[in-house]
Design a protein around this ligand. Structure first.
Ligand SMILES: Cc1cc2nc3c(=O)[nH]c(=O)nc-3n(C[C@H](O)[C@H](O)[C@H](O)COP(=O)(O)OP(=O)(O)OC[C@H]3O[C@@H](n4cnc5c(N)ncnc54)[C@H](O)[C@@H]3O)c2cc1C
Length: 408
C-alpha cells in the first residue's frame, strides 16, 4: 500500500524536545482521547494538579470513524466539530436493502477538532509520553507509571490507553485469543448522503462493513467480531466496490467485553475497561460516559469528599451495573452471524418498522444517555488555540503505527 510507505508527519515532540518528565501530581490521566479527556474535563475547576499524557499530541491520531449520536455532541458543547448529520441508517445485504428511520440523529465529526474542543474545557496540563507500564509503588498512596520520559506518580491514576489496559496487573489480553473485534478503515476524499452499513459475508463472515461520510471525506471500513479474520483485504474490496481510494488507513482492536472499572488502585475508562458496546462497536459515547462518571468520582476525592477506595468501589459498582446490557449485546453479536444470509435482508426490513426502531434505538441510547453529560463544568481554562496548534498533518497515514494496521 502506497500510503503505508509514507513517513508520517508527526506533531509529537522528538529528540531534544523530549525532556525528562517525572514528579508527582494529584491525578495522572494516561491517554488523551475520548475517555481520558472526558475524565480531565470533569476535573476542571477542582483545583487539582491534573496531568494528561499520551504518546501523540492531542487529536493527532484519529482512533475511529467518529460517528456518535448528535445529542452527545450537543450535551458536551462539541457541535463545532460536526461534519455531517444523519437521520437514518441504510443497511445493505446481498438480499436487499433496509433503511432504518432513526429516532435521534447520528453525526460524524472531525477527530482533531473534537479533541481540541474537549481539551479547551479542561484545565489540566498535557505532555507527550509513551506509557510503558506500572512501576513498583513509590509510597503507600502513590502509584508510579513508567514512561519513555521518566516515572510519573500520583495517588489517582487513570488508564484511558485503549484496549491494551496497560496499567492492569495481570489480566491483559493478547489478540487474537481475546474478546476483541478488529476494525480497519480507509479515509478517501468523497461525499455521501447516508450512513451505510453492509451485512455481507463477501466482506466479513461475522461483522459488518461501513461507509460514514464526513463532509468531504468518507470513512470506509470493515469490522470483524472474530479477531482471527483479517479485515484488510475486504476493507480494500469494499472501498473498491464503492469506487473510493484506498488511502489513510486507520485500524485497531476493539474490545467487546466489559472489564473491571478499578483494579490495584488504578481506574480504567473507555476501551481499557471494555466500554465499547458489543454488536455496534460504538465506543466513543461510552468512553465519554464512563469517563465522566469516573471524573466525578475522582473529583470527590480531590475535593476531600471521599477517599480513593470509596471512589473505586463506587465507580466499580457503576461500571458493573451495566454488565447485563453489555452481556445482552454480546449475545446478539454472537447470534447475528448464525442467521442464514438469505434471511438477513428480509429480517432487517421487518425490523425497520418505525415503532420498532424507536423502541430498540431508544433502549440502545439509554445505555449511555446524553443527559448524563450534564452541563459543562465550571472553571475550564485551556484555550482552544493552544490545543489546535498541537495538531499534525491530516494527510499522514493515521494507522501506520497502530497494531492492527501492522497485523493486517
Ligand atoms: C476502525 C474503527 C472505527 C471505529 N468507529 C467508531 C465510530 O464511528 N463510533 C464509535 O462510537 N466508535 C467507533 N470505534 C470504537 C472507538 O474508536 C473506541 O471505542 C474509542 O476510541 C475508545 O476511546 P478511548 O478513549 O477509550 O481509547 P482510544 O480512542 O483508543 O484512545 C487511546 C489513547 O491512548 C493513547 N495511547 C495508547 N497507548 C499508549 C501508550 N503506550 N502510551 C501513551 N499513550 C498511549 C493513544 O494514542 C490514544 O490517544 C471504532 C473503532 C475502530 C477500530
Amino acid at each position: 500500500m502506497d500510503t503505508l510507505c509514507v513517513v508520517p508527519v508527526r506533531a509529537t515532540k522528538r529528540g531534544e524536545e523530549r525532556t525528562p518528565l517525572d514528579g508527582s501530581h494529584d491525578v495522572l490521566i494516561c491517554g488523551a482521547s475520548f475517555a481520558g479527556l472526558a475524565v480531565a474535563r470533569e476535573l476542571a475547576g477542582s483545583g487539582a494538579d491534573v496531568l494528561v499524557i499520551d504518546r501523540y499530541e492531542i487529536g493527532e491520531r484519529q482512533t475511529s470513524a467518529c460517528g456518535i449520536p448528535t445529542l452527545w455532541m450537543e450535551a458536551l458543547g462539541l457541535m463545532d466539530a460536526e461534519r455531517q448529520r444523519f437521520d437514518s441508517l441504510l443497511f445493505h445485504t446481498p438480499h436487499g436493502d433496509a433503511r432504518f428511520p432513526l429516532p435521534f440523529t447520528f453525526s460524524t465529526f472531525d477527530y482533531r477538532e473534537l479533541c481540541a474542543l474537549l481539551w479547551a474545557q479542561c484545565d489540566a496540563s498535557f505532555e507527550t509520553a509513551k506509557v510503558n507500564g506500572r512501576r513498583p509503588a513509590a509510597g503507600d498512596r502513590e502509584i508510579a507509571v513508567e514512561t519513555d520520559r521518566g516515572a510519573i506518580s500520583a495517588p489517582l491514576v487513570v488508564d484511558a490507553l485503549g484496549w491494551r489496559r496497560m496499567l492492569a496487573s495481570g489480566d491483559g489480553y493478547q489478540p487474537p485469543d481475546a474478546p476483541l473485534s478488529r476494525g480497519l478503515e480507509v479515509h478517501p476524499e468523497g461525499t455521501g448522503e447516508d450512513l451505510e452499513l453492509w451485512i455481507d459475508r463477501r466482506y466479513v463472515p461475522a461483522g459488518y462493513g461501513w461507509s460514514f461520510p464526513a463532509g468531504d471525506e468518507l470513512r470506509i471500513g470493515v469490522g470483524s467480531f472474530d479477531p482471527g479474520f483479517h479485515v484488510r483485504e475486504t476493507t480494500e474490496l469494499l472501498a473498491e466496490d464503492l469506487g473510493a481510494d484506498r488511502v489513510r488507513y486507520q485500524g485497531n482492536w476493539i474490545p467487546h467485553k466489559l472489564r473491571r472499572g478499578a483494579e490495584g488502585g488504578v481506574f480504567f475508562a473507555g476501551d481499557s475497561a471494555g466500554h465499547c458496546l458489543p454488536l455496534s462497536a460504538e465506543g466513543i459515547r461510552t468512553a465519554l460516559y464512563f469517563g465522566i462518571a469516573l471524573g466525578r468520582e475522582l473529583r470527590g476525592v480531590v475535593e476531600g469528599r471521599q477517599d480513593r477506595e470509596t471512589a473505586a468501589a463506587r465507580y466499580a459498582e457503576f461500571n458493573d451495573s451495566h454488565e447485563w446490557k453489555f452481556r445482552w449485546m454480546l449475545r446478539v453479536q454472537r447470534l447475528v452471524p448464525k442467521i442464514p444470509p438469505r434471511v438477513v435482508g428480509p429480517l432487517l426490513r421487518l425490523l425497520s418498522a418505525r415503532r420498532l426502531v424507536e423502541w430498540s434505538f431508544g433502549h440502545y441510547l439509554e445505555i449511555a444517555p446524553p443527559e448524563f453529560a450534564g452541563s459543562r463544568p465550571a472553571g475550564s481554562a485551556n484555550d482552544q488555540e493552544g490545543a489546535g496548534d498541537q495538531q499534525g498533518d491530516a494527510d499522514q497515514p493515521p494507522g501506520a503505527e497502530r497494531d492492527l494496521v501492522e497485523a493486517e
